[in-house]
Design a protein around this ligand. Structure first.
Ligand SMILES: *Cc1c(COP(=O)(O)O)cnc(C)c1O
Length: 402
């Protein structure tokens, strides 16, 4: 089944692979040609006929982003709002849930830094109590332990599906069943999972879910989205509304039904069109199939790294996904990352503030993150390993100096 993925085509449709070994897909993926083409030709159209006029002419392509996301997530178009980042989507969702002093919010230890900051801000402003769910030996949320924390003061459960610095995949569907049983609103951060593995909101049983376009979906930067379950939408009041988020009743307004109430009006139209094309492109390959290849690549790479002197592996999980987290004996992560970049290999350094609770608890201040995607070749991973080995043994430095 693995070999049914046409790697030659995937690479031919990814112009970036001719220039760089890109192992930073958890940061932002390389866009495929159809996304690049549709966005550049749309920008040209804007410059020729005028931006509003270009949008009028491209109504179908603009509207397709909601439709594509709905089929990706297994929901209806009305349940999807498109925003300019997942942080924005998450903040809009979070601030629409009614909270007051004494209410409790439960999060996962791997909460994303910006979102954690929003929550801290909320606890300081409103006197809400912020609590972290316990984890098991693999770093996964302990579902029974989470359930034991619940009482009538818990107003929201917010969980990260896959963190930005780790291979672990949290049991979001099991947590969904718990949240349903207790009738507590449930928000899932799927930024790292969407595009990487199947993400089905019905299967997860969440009320709200956020994702971003630029990472494993390989869409444009500056795009994010929010899923809002239809039955919950009417209870959520966004802190900010705009023309697209209301029905205007000459002088007064009614909040638009569904997720649309979270959208304002202005949008980067080229990016919105590109996002729709990126999602359709991912669906065209089949997420199950690309995920199978990515997991196989990551598992092989983990095995090679495990035996490499000076390398320490940190990523956890039961079902390990594509992201690999490393540190090095006697070498700083920034030093290694820069040397890799000089050799044409993209990786990234995750700082403690990006996944604050978890990295702090484990005493980790930085991690080198290696995140391949299905379009990476086995040869690229071999090249990464040999460059890394040279860096760690000092051969590379000598070569550069010579
Ligand atoms: C990247 C990321 C975010 C933030 O997404 P933006 O689109 O940059 O706002 C949130 N959570 C996780 C787990 C992420 O990896």
């Amino acid at each position: 089944m693995y070999e049914t993925l046409d790697l030659a085509r995937a690479r031919a449709e990814t112009p970036g692979v001719n220039h760089v070994v890109h192992l930073n897909n958890a940061g932002a993926g390389l866009v495929p040609l159809p996304v690049l083409d549709v966005m550049t030709s749309y920008l040209r159209l804007e410059s020729r006929v005028g931006p509003y006029e270009a949008a009028e002419r491209s109504e179908g392509a603009v509207g397709n982003a909601h439709t594509a996301l709905a089929s990706l997530l297994n929901c209806s178009r009305q349940e999807v709002a498109i925003l300019d980042s997942a942080t924005r989507a998450w903040g809009m969702a979070m601030s629409s849930v009614p909270l007051q002093a004494g209410d409790r919010v439960i999060i996962s230890a791997v909460e994303y830094g910006s979102n954690y900051l929003s929550l801290l801000h909320l606890t300081e402003r409103l006197g809400v109590s912020l609590e972290v769910a316990p984890v098991d030996g693999n770093g996964l949320v302990d579902v029974a332990g989470l359930e034991a924390m619940l009482d009538e003061r818990v107003r929201l459960i917010a969980m990260v599906h896959v963190p930005m610095h780790d291979a672990l995949v949290n049991p979001v569907a099991d947590i969904g069943r718990v949240s349903r049983r207790h009738g507590i609103p449930y928000l899932v951060d799927a930024c790292q999972s969407v595009g990487q593995m199947p993400v089905d909101v019905a299967e997860i049983g969440c009320d709200l879910l956020v994702g971003t376009g630029r990472k494993f979906l390989r869409g444009p930067r500056g795009t994010g989205f929010l899923y809002v379950r239809q039955e919950l939408a009417h209870k959520l009041v966004p802190a900010i509304v705009g023309l697209d988020g209301v029905e205007w009743l000459s002088g007064s307004y009614r909040l638009a039904p569904g997720a649309r109430r979270f959208e304002t009006w202005e949008t980067n139209t080229a990016a919105r069109i590109g996002l729709g094309v990126a999602v359709d492109y991912a669906l065209g390959w089949g997420i199950e199939r690309t995920y199978a290849r990515m997991r196989r690549l990551a598992a092989g790479l983990r095995k090679d790294l495990f035996g490499m002197p000076g390398v320490v592996l940190h990523d956890r999980g039961r079902e390990q996904c594509g992201t690999i987290a490393l540190s090095f004996e006697g070498r700083g992560t920034f030093e290694v990352r820069n040397a890799l970049k000089d050799a044409g290999v993209n990786t990234w350094v995750c700082l403690e503030n990006a996944a604050c609770v978890d990295m702090q608890q484990r005493g980790l201040s930085t991690l080198l993150r290696v995140s391949p995607h299905y379009y990476n070749s086995e040869q690229e991973l071999e090249r990464f390993c040999s460059v890394l080995e040279d860096i760690l043994t000092g051969t590379r430095r000598e070569r550069v100096l010579a």
